[in-house]
Each structure stands twice: as C-alpha cells, then as structure tokens.
Design a protein. Structure first.
Ligand SMILES: [Zn+2]
Length: 252
C-alpha cells in the first residue's frame, strides 16, 4: 500500500495566529498538558475550504446546533501517513466551521484525500472567519480533549501533541500561495525515490526509527529495491516504522 503524505490542508496559507500567539493560544501551548493550535484564515476575509490531505475519518462532532459551543470536528487519518517526523497515525481537531457546512456530517464518515471538508467561519464566537486546528500523532482517544491547568481544552490522542510544522508538509502544487506563516516554517513535500540496497555480502538493518539505537525490525539483501518516502538527517524512511541509513542505499 502506497503511503500518503500528510500535507497542509488549505490552498492558501494564511495563518493569523501561531501556537505561541498571545491573543488566545498561549494558554494551550504553555499549559500543563500542551497542544499547538494555529488559526488558519485562508486567502482573505472570506471563507476558504479546508481539504482532506489524506483519507480522514470523522471521529467526533461537537457543538453543532449551539451558538455558544464552537463547532468542532475530530479527524483521524484512516491509515498511517508520512509526516516530517516519520510515518504514523495523525489525529486532530478543527473548530469554528458553520452548522450548515457540517449539517449532514456523521461520525465514521471518511473524507477521501483531496475532498473539500468545510469552510472557515466564526461559530462559537470567533472574531473573524478562520479554522482553529491542532494536531498530534496517534489515534483518536475519547473524549478528544481535556482542560489543562490554564483552562484550555487541549487535544488528547493515543500519541502526543505536535507542532503543525512537525505534522504537515507543504505541497507546493496544492498550497500554491503563502499569505502569512506567523514565522512557522513548513518542509516541502518530498518526492518518492526508488533506491537499491548497497551492502555487498552483508544484509542491511532496517530500524524502527532514525537512530542506530533503535530496534532492528528487518534485514534487506544487497540489491533490494526500496522506496524512500522522506529523509531525516542521514536516515531514509522506506515504510511505516522502517528506516535505513542513507550510506547503504544507491540510486541505480
Ligand atoms: Zn485559535
């Protein structure tokens, strides 16, 4: 099964507040239990769509029909995906879309990769149209959020909360415009490369992560063809929890 890259879900990047933002996000990113939300306001003051970068499963819907409770949708990747920090499940929540945009949405629905999901809005009392979103590794864990010591409802998953630039690549063919980043630097989505194991008579250790202290999960013979999905330092990711050192791969 080909792995999907987890890429930024808006066509125009217009981040209006980073996770360090003093306007409303500090209490999330500096509390005891943290998450790293960003506000995405798209191309202008209008209402851009948030797209599914990969197949995403709807895990929970909160606030629909209430003007006080901000509409929130929890989304989890259907499969493990490629992120800048490796291959894993990703789970997050998006907030402030309108009732109308999620009127018929059901828990269990799968947004296929590339599908329009919902648009920015102000549901729950936001000051301008945007989507507040926050992400982590792992799968959905009920009830999806929990108040931290500063009273902010931070994401909970079976994994851990991550900064958006650790979770998303930017696909320049999709997110063509960058209006504002608030200082966040997203890696460009890499292209897959076919490589061959080059170890002579010995076999190449495949490790669970990008370190020689990480567990060996398999061995590959000289000449084996592999797909390199992304790299991290000197390490190449060739599948879910499968990393090899780049000095033992060659292009031909
Ligand atoms: Zn926000």
């Amino acid at each position: 099964m080909a792995l999907q890259y987890f890429t930024y879900p808006f066509k125009t990047m217009g981040i209006s507040q980073s996770y360090t933002g003093s306007y409303s996000h500090e209490k999330y990113s500096t509390g005891n239990r943290k998450d790293y939300p960003i506000d995405e306001a798209g191309s202008d003051t209008g209402r851009d769509y948030m797209y599914a970068p990969v197949d995403l499963v709807v895990e929970k819907i909160y606030g629909r029909g209430s003007s006080r409770q901000p509409n929130t949708v929890w989304l989890q990747t259907k499969n493990k995906v490629i992120t800048p920090i490796g291959v894993c499940y990703v789970c997050g929540r998006a907030t402030h879309m309108s009732d109308a945009d999620i009127r018929n949405l059901k828990v269990g629905h799968v947004f296929k990769a590339g599908a329009k999901m919902f648009r920015e809005y102000v549901d729950g009392g936001a000051t301008g149209n945007h989507i507040h979103m926050t992400w982590g590794t792992g799968k959905y864990k009920s009830p999806g959020w929990k108040a931290n010591n500063k009273g902010a409802y931070v994401l909970i998953t079976t994994g851990s909360n991550k900064k958006p630039e650790q979770i998303f690549f930017r696909d320049k063919a999709f997110t063509k415009k960058v209006r504002s980043t608030q200082g966040l630097d997203f890696k460009t989505k890499p292209s897959k490369k076919t490589m061959y194991v080059s170890t002579g008579k010995s076999r190449l250790n495949v490790r669970k992560s990008y370190s020689t202290t990480s567990a060996v999960v398999g061995k590959l013979k000289n000449g084996t063809k592999v797909t390199v999905y992304c790299t991290r330092g000197n390490w190449c990711c060739i599948g879910a929890n499968m990393w090899v050192h780049k000095k033992y791969l060659k292009a031909k």
